[in-house]
Design a protein around this ligand. Structure first.
Ligand code: RET
Length: 244
């Protein structure tokens, strides 16, 4: 018994809501990295709303004989760019490379949406186009971005590499599920697809956010230690002065 797609969507909504708590807590603790935490809270927060809508069966439409959950695609269109924005904030890679990443991302999602909506050969052409855009994204995240990046500290670099690897590994599974799901060959049922995607989404969002918040905590602690050391240095530098 694998449950219905509404049950899995409800579990997704709860998981994403819980996943939004760590960045909100981080926001209070470390206001200096406000943008980072707001981006992370957006990733799970938007997904929580999308899953709640799917649990209530809002926004489910039937195109070319296939059932499509519109909130899912809208969620992906908003939150996958936020994930990419967070990675480029970590690497301070600037606007140009972020725009390139987001264009590749939106292209693959739109082509994925087209591939669901149209029948026949065009469907697979759109899917192949989506895969090509995904190739650009992977190339940028592995090759270009690390070359352009200037990390605040070694810890920030390690956090980037961890999150980047998690992202690429999980995102690669989405087109595989797409092929197996009713959108492609139909080897998975709709309920099974919802279960698999809910799992993938929870790891690529809630786990991503949890690891990111944990890593940023370490960065904030290191900042505090550095600030403490600088104050102590100034204190010892000042001593000869006070002797004058
Ligand atoms: C599609 C089909 C077209 C080809 C490719 C796809 C990839 C989708 C991806 C989705 C990632 C979603 C995430 C959601 C988080 O909650 C659109 C399935 C390449 C990579 C990370």
């Amino acid at each position: 018994m694998i449950g219905t797609s509404t049950t899995w969507a409800a579990i997704g909504a709860v998981g994403m809501t819980l996943g939004t708590l760590p960045p909100l807590w981080g926001l209070r603790r470390d206001p200096e990295r406000r943008t980072h935490y707001l981006v992370l809270a957006g990733v799970t927060g938007v997904a929580a709303v999308a899953y709640a809508l799917m649990a209530l069966d809002v926004g489910t439409v039937s195109v070319s004989g296939r059932v499509v959950a519109v909130p899912r695609y809208v969620d992906w269109l908003i939150t996958t760019p936020l994930i990419l924005l967070f990675l480029s904030l970590l690497g301070n890679t600037g606007r140009g490379s972020l725009v390139r990443l987001v264009v590749a991302d939106v292209t693959l999602l739109v082509l994925g949406g087209v591939a669901v909506a149209v029948p026949g050969t065009v469907r697979w052409l759109a899917f192949a186009g989506g895969l090509a855009a995904f190739g650009v994204l992977v190339y940028d995240l592995y090759g270009r971005i690390p070359r352009l990046a200037s990390f605040e500290t070694e810890r920030a670099r390690i956090l980037f590499i961890t999150l980047r690897n998690l992202t690429i590994a999980l995102w690669t599974l989405y087109p595989v599920v797409w092929v197996l799901a009713p959108s492609g060959l139909g080897l998975l049922t709709r309920d099974m697809t919802m279960l698999v995607i809910a799992y993938l989404d929870l790891i690529s969002k809630a786990a991503f956010v949890a690891i990111a918040v944990d890593g940023m905590d370490a960065l904030a602690d290191a900042d505090r230690r550095d600030a403490g050391a600088a104050t102590a240095d100034r204190g010892s530098d000042a001593e000869p002065g006070t002797a004058d």
